[in-house]
Write a protein that binds this ligand. Sequence first.
Ligand code: BEZ
Ligand code: FE
Length: 288
Amino acid sequence: MDFTEEAAVTAVKESFAPGTDPRLAELVGGLVDHLHTYVREVRPTVEEWNTAIGFLTAVGQTCSDTRQEFVLLSDVLGVSMLIETINGQETGTESTVLGPFHMTESPRREIGDSIDELTGGRDCVVELRVLGADGTPLPGATVDVWQATAEGFYDVQQPDVQPPGNGRGLFTADDEGRVRFRSVVPSHYPIPTDGPVGELLGALGRHGYRPAHVHVIASAAGHRELTTHLFVADSAYIDSDAVFAVKRSLIVDFEQVDDQAVAARYGIDAPFRLARYDVVLDPAPAQA
Ligand code: BEZ
Ligand code: FE
């Protein structure tokens, strides 16, 4: 059969062997459909297509054990958030992107500890309750948190400045499903922009900043694991996250506390910032 613009998709899909896994055929077939439609509509020149191939090659070559440029590309194109949104919880706390900095295991810490080993965490307290969808506390839930410093860097970005595990903590919720830790208020920060994704952002006139946030992964027996963030309400870039990850329900007031009696209950001095948030987990899907 002659190759034509119209017949090309069918020719590619008919090349799949009859016994091909149906979901794989759907995933690859759908990609071929949409990619061909894109090319027919946008009509790239050969030179433009070669530029695109060169860009994707550079994205791959930028990946290493500590850098995932393809995830970053998916993030800045809004695809990571689209995947999160269509696969998110039904009634519980909304999910958001994992991001590329969850590459090391968080150190196990006790409730009330500081996750900031540089300052002792005298600026800020985060208090979480992990609940089931009906509001029942989930004692024994696991809560993994990680955040940037007040200067906007993760430990893995500053191995000469921060000890490994700084800004990270793995907690077990108490009998009331509570987890509490001291920290610093994280800063907004730029995603890595020294690679091909940064070049693309520059060419599109886009900034690469994310609003300040604390990452959370919460899990409990019989419940869906949740990956999300707590966004600092008064942060810069809260309305223009470079990876589109902000959801209104995840914006948390890091309230200023000036009352010394309240501070004493948390074992620190006033003033400090207090963030409280209920993390609600959906039940685990029934096993097929
Ligand atoms: C992060 O929040 O750590 C992150 C997410 C997406 C891209 C870059 C960083
Ligand atoms: Fe982050």
